[in-house]
Design a protein around this ligand. Structure first.
Ligand code: COA
Length: 122
């Protein structure tokens, strides 16, 4: 069973069967938009589809905290896995914002694509 904590200092913890499996960090802007700064599933809990399964609950919490404003995130996608992270976020209902140019950036030796994505309330 999935559970999402109430936001504490902009951080929401994610649980599966009472185990903490990850967290997200958000900022709420003045115009009630939510920016997801970090989405993190702990390594041993990845590849089980947890993000996709917990998303509907998480989304309810997020829209509760911002009164149904837009949710934004920047997909920081490893270039060598081109498209995988963006497709994962699209499967949660996010769309690439075509008005914001994507950027490529090296972090250490790895090249990342930064893609702006947004989600409106259903
Ligand atoms: C992104 C994340 C939350 C997804 O967790 P999850 O639901 O367990 O999904 P997975 O880890 O199985 O990832 C799904 C797919 O996206 C790929 N992927 C994950 N992170 C990626 C990244 N940063 N860049 C490119 N591809 C990525 C995985 O390789 C996987 O591909 P596969 O289906 O071919 O195996 C988790 O991978 C994570 O915490 N990663 C580290 C932090 C991070 O990169 N956060 C995103 C920053 S915006």
């Amino acid at each position: 069973m999935y559970k999402v904590s109430q936001p504490q200092k902009n951080k929401l913890n994610l649980y599966y069967n009472n185990d903490i499996i990850g967290y997200i960090v958000i900022t709420i802007s003045k115009n009630s938009e939510i920016i997801i700064n970090t989405i993190y599933i702990y390594e041993k809990h990845r590849k089980c589809g947890h993000l996709k399964s917990i998303w509907p609950l998480l989304e309810i919490e997020l829209f509760k905290s911002n009164g149904n404003g837009t949710i934004w995130l920047i997909a920081k996608e490893l270039y060598e896995y081109y498209g995988k992270l963006v497709r994962l976020y699209e499967s949660l209902g996010f769309s690439v914002d075509i008005n914001k140019e994507e950027k490529c950036k090296y972090v250490g030796e790895y090249m990342y694509r930064y893609v702006y994505m947004r989600k409106e309330p259903n």
